[in-house]
Ligand binder design. Sequence first.
Ligand code: 18C
Length: 258
Amino acid sequence: HSVLAAGTGTGNNSISSAHHGHHMWPEIERVTMEQIHYARLSVEDSVGVWQLFAEEGEMKMYRREEEVNGMVIDPLKACHVVKGVTGHEVCEYFFNPQYRLEWEATVETTTVLEKIADDTLLFLQVHKRIWPASQRDALFWSHMRHVPDDKDQDGPDIWVVCNNSVDIPDLPANTGKCVRLYLTVCLMCQTFVDPPKDGAKVTRNDLTCKITYCSVVNPGGWAPPAVLRAVYKREYPKFLKRFTNYVIDQCQDKPILF
Ligand code: 18C
């Protein structure tokens, strides 16, 4: 059975009309466009801004050291190149909650609070606790989108998932054992196809997917900066390797989802 058949059905329309009545929609639209713009900026062109802190094969991870009120919020930008999968597939596995616990090592529970549209969900996640800090939770919308090829931009079309924290008065922060953290995350993918010789069918060997992952996490309450930066340095590379290997593994014997 095809796992992706149970997917989100975002199809090729970049925006489905189901969103438009939702009160969060203008914010989702604004943040998603802003995050795509930010993800597209090249690391090489912003000399002195990004500091490389992890590199393994094609994977490169950069950070900027930033603190607000003594809290570490270091922005992260990661670039990776993987073979054998499409950007649509990578985004589907990142977005769809049915796969989340299979690749997400920092999450204890994930709950969909609301389906805003087929391609837009509202999540409450409880993360694993890191001693000696308090446990964290996160309340965020997640939106998946196809951005068709734009003649003014380089490269092929884009698939993206944007996750962004929200405040909801009915679900106030810091009332239970968890401290609420605030995240802005963008996973952006572009697919390159090596044209097979003599008009043969495209196989997974012909696919290359360029991934950009940007993230800013505000811990929401004080946590020891040294502990936080150590977790950051360990968990981000672990995440991107584990997640992309998971997608490659899942897609291997399935038809290509372009
Ligand atoms: O983007 C990712 N996942 C998405 C789907 O879940 C979503 C979630 C992002 C959450 C990022 C914040 C995670 C903080 C987790 C803290 C607990 C970690 C426990 C680890 C123990 C095994 O967008 C992939 C996310 C990859 C996250 C890498 C870790 C980032 C750490 C950043 C610091 C967070 C501070 C939290 C306070 C901890 C106190 C020391």
